[in-house]
Design a protein around this ligand. Structure first.
Ligand code: SAM
Ligand code: DTB
Ligand code: SF4
Length: 328
């Protein structure tokens, strides 16, 4: 094997990762890990291009689930004003603004355990309207039935976001109202319907290194890698059970991005929630480690995200271009 063939080989798509291999990646000297991640990244992507998606909460709060990180659960006192499902035209106005700011994808999130069929009808109208603006579409609505998944596909939905959040072992510490298997079933439904999968997790929830390795193992060993892999740093919201959790070492966060990049070479790894707490230097390290997508716009769903001007400045300092929406 010549040296010139090695990068391609290192970016081969694998679905048979073993835990000890993932743990070994996490344990590598930092410089070696980042070099390997950047090498893989360069075989599959333009290293100076980052895709940007904007988020909108189309239905906020009053959620029946007990996800320990989430300010939208009705069980916690997080000071959030609940809002019913938005009208289609208000959503399209927000999408138009996101497009004008430079976003290529518009992601609509709803605080549901699972949608009702009549909710899906309105969401499909939103999807059609956003596509007509020339943007890619993504929704995250909780668990879906086959019929609902089909309706979204027929409406032209590009991506469905549904996160595994953490390892199967740690999951019951965080959520008790639906199972890990429920999530895997929804992901399979979305995949089988031919919708692109956006699936990742949250770190900084008090999980162990092994939990982080097992989350990435689960994602990379799916029959097909998710096209988009959001890595969220927990946003600690007052009133939620996870508020007050010991914060994660930023270097460990960067390592998590790098390991995700190595394990899922062709996926967009998204530097997701938690950026308001990150320095520009830390975000630059995440891009070096292979992150090539962000949430863009001053709000995530209910919490703050960096202002668009701040991100534009950061991209200018790094010589990064916004764009490249499609799956490699
Ligand atoms: N209700 C739907 C569901 O849970 O599938 C969709 C919306 S939910 C808010 C989407 C994702 O946002 C969650 O799966 C979780 O990964 C992420 N998220 C929610 N609150 C968060 C927080 N405080 N910090 C980081 N990520 C968070
Ligand atoms: C994802 O992985 N992160 C986004 C998106 N998918 C839907 C949501 C982050 C939410 C952070 C807390 C909030 O703003 O409510
Ligand atoms: Fe509800 Fe989703 Fe928040 Fe869980 S993450 S409480 S399902 S909105």
């Amino acid at each position: 094997m010549s040296a010139s063939q090695k990068p391609l080989e290192s970016a081969a798509l694998r679905h048979d990762w073993q835990l000890h291999e993932v743990e070994a990646l996490f344990g590598m000297p930092f410089n070696d890990l980042i070099f390997q991640a950047q090498t893989v990244h360069r075989t599959c992507f333009d290293p100076n291009e980052v895709q940007v998606s904007s988020l909108l909460s189309i239905k906020t709060g009053s959620c029946s689930e007990d996800c320990g990180y989430c300010p939208q659960s009705a069980r916690y006192d997080s000071d959030l004003a609940p809002e019913a499902l938005m009208p289609v035209d208000a959503v399209l106005q927000a999408a138009q603004r996101a497009k004008a700011e430079g976003a290529s994808r518009f992601c609509m999130g709803a605080a549901w355990r699972s949608p009702k069929d009549r909710d899906i009808e309105r969401v499909v109208e939103m999807v059609k309207g956003v596509k007509a603006l020339g943007m890619e579409t993504c929704v995250t609505l909780g668990m879906l039935t086959d019929k609902q998944t089909q309706a979204l596909k027929e409406g032209g939905l590009d991506y469905y976001n549904h996160n595994l959040d953490t390892s199967e072992d740690y999951y019951s510490e965080i959520i008790t109202t639906r199972t890990y298997q429920d999530r895997l079933d929804t992901l399979e439904r979305v995949r089988d319907a031919g919708i692109n999968v956006c699936c990742g997790g949250i770190v900084g929830m008090g999980e162990s290194e092994t939990d982080r390795a097992k989350l990435l193992l689960q994602l990379a060993n799916l029959p097909k890698h998710p096209e988009s892999v959001p890595i969220n740093m927990l946003v600690q919201v007052q009133g939620t059970p996870l508020h007050g959790t010991e914060t994660l070492d930023p270097i460990v966060f960067v390592r998590t991005v790098a390991v995700a990049r190595i394990m899922m070479p062709q996926s967009r790894v998204r530097l997701s929630a938690g950026r308001t707490q990150m320095s520009d230097e830390m975000q630059a390290l995440c891009f070096l480690a292979g992150a090539n997508s962000i949430f863009y716009g001053d709000k995530l769903l209910t919490t703050d995200n960096p202002m668009t001007n701040q991100d534009k400045q950061l991209f200018a300092r790094l010589g990064v271009r916004m764009g490249g929406s499609s799956y490699a």
